[in-house]
Design a protein around this ligand. Structure first.
Ligand code: DAT
Ligand code: MG
Length: 150
C-alpha cells in the first residue's frame, strides 16, 4: 500500500500566483514521493475528459475555461494513503469551508479559483494518472524511505 498514487494538479491560478514551490514543498515534506511532474497548457478536450463527471453542472463551462486559461502543473505523488491524506492537505472544495492549514484554506477564497486538484479515490487516481501521464511515470527509490515507513 506504500505505492498508492494520487494525481495532483496545480491549477492556472496557483501557477500564476507563484504557489508551485510551496505546494510541492508541502507534499515533499509530508514524506510523499514525486513520481511525475510537468507544466503544460491543457487542451479543452483533456480538461473536459478530466471533469466529465461534472459535464451536466451549470459551472462546467467556466470550470473548463479556467483550467485551460494558463499552464497547469501536473504531478503524481506516491505513498501510504496519499489519496486521503492529499485531499486532507488540499482542504474542502469550497475555500470558505477549507480549514486554515490546508492549501485551499491558506491560499484560496472562491471555489472557481481553488488552486489545486487532487484525486478523490484510488481508482479515480489511476484513471487520472493514465489520462494526464500517458507517457508513464518515473521509477526511483528515495533514500529516506526507511525513515518515513517502519
Ligand atoms: P474537488 O476539486 O474538491 O475534487 P469536485 O470534484 O466536486 O471538487 O469539483 C471539481 C471542481 O469544480 C472544483 O475544484 C471547483 C469546481 N466546482 C465544484 N463545485 C462547484 C460549484 N458549486 N460552483 C462552482 N464551481 C464548482
Ligand atoms: Mg474532484
Amino acid at each position: 500500500p506504500n505505492d498508492e498514487r494520487s494525481y495532483i494538479m496545480i491549477k492556472p491560478d496557483g501557477v500564476q500566483r507563484g504557489l508551485v514551490g510551496e505546494i510541492i514543498s508541502r507534499f515533499e515534506k509530508r514524506g510523499f514521493q514525486l513520481r511525475a511532474l510537468k507544466i503544460i497548457n491543457v487542451e479543452r478536450s483533456l480538461a473536459e475528459t478530466h471533469y466529465s463527471d461534472l459535464s451536466s453542472k451549470p459551472f462546467f463551462k467556466d470550470l473548463v475555461d479556467y483550467i485551460i486559461s494558463g499552464p497547469v502543473v501536473c504531478m503524481v505523488w506516491e505513498g501510504l494513503n496519499v489519496v486521503k491524506i492529499g485531499r486532507d492537505m488540499i482542504g474542502a472544495t469550497k475555500p470558505e469551508a477549507s480549514a486554515p492549514g490546508t492549501i485551499r484554506g491558506d491560499f484560496a477564497i472562491q471555489v472557481g479559483r481553488n488552486v489545486i486538484h487532487g484525486s478523490d479515490t484510488v481508482e479515480n487516481g489511476q484513471k487520472e494518472i493514465a489520462l494526464w501521464f500517458p507517457e508513464g511515470i518515473v521509477e526511483w527509490t528515495p533514500v529516506a524511505k526507511p525513515w518515513i515507513y517502519e
